[in-house]
Design a protein around this ligand. Structure first.
Ligand SMILES: [Zn+2]
Length: 154
């Protein structure tokens, strides 16, 4: 339980979320993101909104849907407090604190979705400036331009 440092419970963002069971300092490892390596992103993910297969490093996809992956319930947020860092030497990705996290806080990270993927995945993180789609941070300006020009004029 708390010896793992994290707990899963219903989240205000979506479904079950991953929550800190103790405080974490920036740079501290929170939980491994474990799974089976696949060569591409399966399409099933978009059907029910749940996303467990992530590109943990360029060209390296992990299917983290297994019940033994403690980090699988971590939600995406526009202003995440953690990041997923791939450790090549250990062949494991670690959810790592990006800022101080206090016990009870929900742990979120940037799923890093492409523009195309973002169209199928609404973001419900609740931030005042939530862009409304799950999309990699560096791609958000492009999505904002796209949304601005595709919005009906009034
Ligand atoms: Zn958001």
């Amino acid at each position: 339980m708390s010896d793992r440092g994290v707990a899963s419970r219903p989240s205000p963002i979506a479904g079950l979320g991953l929550f800190a069971a103790r405080d974490f300092t920036p740079g501290e490892r929170i939980s491994p993101y474990t799974g089976t390596e696949t060569s591409s992103q399966p399409k099933e993910a978009s059907a029910h909104g749940k996303v467990y297969t992530l590109e943990v490093a360029p060209g390296r996809w992990l299917d983290g849907s297994s019940g033994s992956n403690p980090a699988r319930h971590a939600n995406h947020a526009c202003h995440p407090n953690a990041e997923l860092i791939w450790h090549e030497e250990e062949t494991v990705a670690w959810l790592t604190a990006q800022q101080p996290i206090t016990a009870g806080e929900e742990i979120t990270f940037d799923y890093g979705f492409s523009l195309a993927e973002s169209l199928f995945h609404p973001c419900t993180c609740g931030a005042a400036d939530c862009i409304g789609r799950i999309i990699a941070d560096p791609l958000r300006p492009a999505l904002r331009r796209h949304l601005r020009f595709s919005r009906p004029r009034d």
